[in-house]
Design a protein. Structure first.
Length: 232
């Protein structure tokens, strides 16, 4: 195995502009590395900054200090210093992200929401849709829902679309923020199996998981974010 992702001395402070510029330190000194084929689970109490770490890796949040090194083929990119165009390129082919909530364009059918990351990377719409249907079947999403917009779905159904969209491409790095939240026991098992398969394929995975059984099933290593808390 080789390193796919390295975080070094990462710090994050939020500025509350609606409260007179109040600064709220959250994280300080976050340091860890993830190997290809490994799943690192981030643990800690609610509000300690677990999701913020994922968002900094994905480039949605900027860190105040530190580096986020992504080993992309023969190139090493520091997400903390990368420009927006470079970050968007990484998101297209290198870093996948399953957030806690599905964010999709209104009125777009679920099957196209799932297929879109493949189409953006040059896969034909027909092939992308075929691969999407296979994964939606595996996640037990009824066929009658495939051509409906996910905004009309239940929370668990939306989450299955969310998981399918994130897992369909072969991202070398995969970020998971509560991927089994709102899922029933049957579909939690499906997601655990998908994670294990991604690991076997060499993906480096960073996950936030509160379910003890899921954590035990997928984690190769666990890091407690409390050690990096910047709270007073």
């Amino acid at each position: 195995m080789s390193i796919a992702l390295e975080l070094s001395e990462l710090s994050k402070t939020f500025t509350m502009h609606l409260r007179g510029g109040l600064r709220l330190p959250v994280l300080n000194g976050v340091t860890f590395a993830v190997q290809r084929g490994e799943c690192l689970v981030i643990s800690g109490r609610s509000g300690v900054g677990k999701s913020s770490i994922l968002k900094m890796i994905f480039g949605s949040y900027r860190c105040n200090r530190g580096s986020i090194l992504v080993h992309d083929d023969d190139e090493v990119i520091d997400v903390a210093a990368a420009n927006p165009r470079r970050i968007l390129a990484l998101r297209r082919r290198t870093i996948g992200y399953v957030s806690q909530f599905l964010r999709a364009v209104p009125r777009v059918p679920a099957i196209d929401v799932v297929a879109e990351p493949l189409i953006v990377n040059g896969v034909s719409r027909e092939v992308a849709r075929q691969q999407s249907t296979a994964l939606l079947c595996r996640l037990n999403l009824p066929e009658r829902l495939w051509n409906l917009p996910p905004a009309t779905f239940s929370g668990g159904e939306q989450q299955r679309v969310n998981v399918a969209r994130g897992f369909l491409p072969d991202y070398p790095i995969l970020l998971l923020d509560e991927p089994t939240a709102s899922l029933d026991a049957t579909n939690r098992v499906v997601v655990v199996d998908l994670i294990k398969e991604k690991k076997q394929q060499g993906a480096a995975i960073v996950a936030v998981v509160h379910d003890d059984d899921v954590r035990s099933a997928i984690a190769d290593s666990i890091i407690d974010v409390a050690q990096f808390s910047a709270a007073a």
